[in-house]
Design a protein around this ligand. Structure first.
Ligand code: MF3
Ligand code: CO
Length: 248
């Protein structure tokens, strides 16, 4: 059973989401050639703590950092450290969640550092648009399979692939709640979405075939074919006529 959030709970999640949004605004200012992923992690700790929250990911199933920084062929769950240096031409996906007053919110964004080929810009634009179009598409009464089908169809129309091994999720008192929000699916299948559910939609898209594997560190997910990838995510509240993005 998925229990929709009360207005009071959503109020807390809205404040929580603002902290996440503030982090991404700050990342935007510091991300450039020569910056290490560790500096982004430092920012993630500072902002959560300054606002009275905690990073959601630290300690989650043993995850060792506050944020995920995944570069180029890394899709998700890249672990930041000082040796991981961002370079001109990199495609950098940053994923961050905050726990505040009993609730989580979670978002991700892919940054292009410097100049990249047009097709790489397209990859990032398509992934971002897949998220924003999906947010507009979701309506109460719709099923998760309808949403997944919409995202995959959108991505495929540009010749890119969604990653099928990982997905979005419900969110609230737990970082991951029901229902799973897959980036593919069949129309008319899956769990019915209702008003005041809070979910994370997070398309992960690659230039290649979408297959992935996990590195020896047991976290970093990379593309099997070495292709570039992008990842965007927002926490949203499903509304009767419009969905609210809580992490913006
Ligand atoms: N945005 C990712 C998710 O929703 C981040 C999880 S990283 C982890 O699953 F370290 F917390 F697992
Ligand atoms: Co998520």
């Amino acid at each position: 059973m998925i229990i929709p959030k009360t207005p009071e709970e959503i109020k807390i999640m809205r404040r929580c989401g603002k902290i996440v949004a503030e982090f991404f605004e700050e990342v935007e200012k510091i991300i450039r050639d020569g910056v290490s992923a560790k500096e982004i992690d430092k920012l993630a700790w500072e902002i959560a703590e300054k606002r009275g929250g905690k990073p959601s990911f630290y300690g989650y199933k043993g995850y060792p950092a506050a944020v995920c920084v995944s570069i180029n062929n890394e899709v998700i769950h890249g672990i930041p450290d000082e040796k991981k240096i961002i370079r001109e031409g990199d495609v950098v996906s940053v994923d961050y969640g905050v726990f505040y007053n009993g609730f989580h919110t979670d978002a991700a964004k892919t940054y292009i550092v410097g100049r990249v080929p047009e097709r790489v810009k397209l990859l990032v634009d398509v992934t971002r648009n897949a998220l924003y179009e999906a947010i507009k598409f979701v309506k109460p009464g719709m099923r998760t399979g309808d949403l997944g089908n919409f995202i995959e169809t959108f991505v495929r129309s540009y010749g890119f692939s969604v990653v099928r091994d990982y997905c979005g999720h419900g969110i609230g008192r737990n970082l991951h709640e029901e229902p799973p929000i897959l980036n593919y699916g069949r129309e008319g299948t899956g769990i019915r979405l209702v008003e005041n559910m809070t979910i994370c939609i997070e398309p992960m898209v690659t230039m290649g075939n979408g297959r992935v594997r996990v590195l020896q560190d047991r976290w970093t997910v990379i593309t099997s074919d070495g292709s570039l990838s992008a990842h965007f995510e927002h926490t949203i509240k499903i509304g009767d006529w419009e969905n609210e993005i809580l992490t913006e």
